[in-house]
Design a protein around this ligand. Structure first.
Ligand code: GRF
Length: 198
């Protein structure tokens, strides 16, 4: 069975990237990460890729001169490596129209709350968990969804719930949700790889 070729876009620590790499190496998922792109040259995600001899590229509107040029370059790098699925794992930029067109329905994102709640342009990182705690939600958890041209908007593929306790801080809740992110993202990738095989 053909292994799904994955391109990852990440801006930060890359713990979700690591979960995909680990589960592809131990055979839990029938996929391999063939490219990691970051808009941030200092992203730990790039180091993690290099550690595993995965191509790691820094591409941003600054390196390329404009958002449009960055979109073109990212799309070209993905197509050159015959990437089947693009995964946004902590990517802080909106993906461009060229990539969305080239990978229609083949870009997924992980968001650390139960969409459609707590999503949108300014809902990222710790802000999400702050908002969940502030609104006294009883549960939260990661969502994996298809990426379209609106923030946190495309079709939901999977969610996992965790409890939110009254004395939770945003940081405590973030850790609880992140643990589940590391399960749900590889699981969803495996599901897609099986669906696309048929
Ligand atoms: C995760 O919480 C993810 O849901 C969000 O950004 C964070 C990235 O974490 N989109 P990491 O870089 O994978 O550790």
């Amino acid at each position: 069975m053909k292994r799904l070729r994955i391109g990852v876009l990440a801006s930060g620590g890359g713990s979700n990237l690591q979960s995909i790499i680990d589960k592809s190496l131990d055979g839990t998922i029938n996929a391999e990460v063939v490219l990691v792109v970051s808009n941030n040259s200092k992203a730990k995600a790039l180091d993690r890729a290099q550690t595993h001899a995965i191509d790691a590229v820094h591409i941003s509107s600054i390196t390329e001169g404009s958002d449009e040029a960055a979109d073109n370059r990212i799309t070209q790098e993905m197509l050159e490596r015959k990437v089947d699925l693009v995964v946004l794992a902590g990517y802080m930029k909106k993906v461009g129209p060229k990539l969305i067109k080239a990978y229609y329905n083949k870009i997924i994102n992980i968001h650390p709350a139960l969409l459609p709640k707590f999503g949108g342009k300014d809902m990222y990182g710790m802000r999400v968990h702050e908002a969940v705690v502030a609104s006294a939600e009883k549960e939260s958890g990661p969502t994996v969804h298809i990426v379209d041209d609106k923030y946190d908007h495309g079709r939901i593929l999977a969610q996992m719930k965790v409890p939110v306790y009254p004395d939770d801080t945003p940081a405590i809740l973030q850790r609880r949700v992140l643990e589940k992110e590391h399960e749900i993202l590889p699981l969803t990738i495996q599901k897609l790889s099986e669906e696309w095989e048929n």
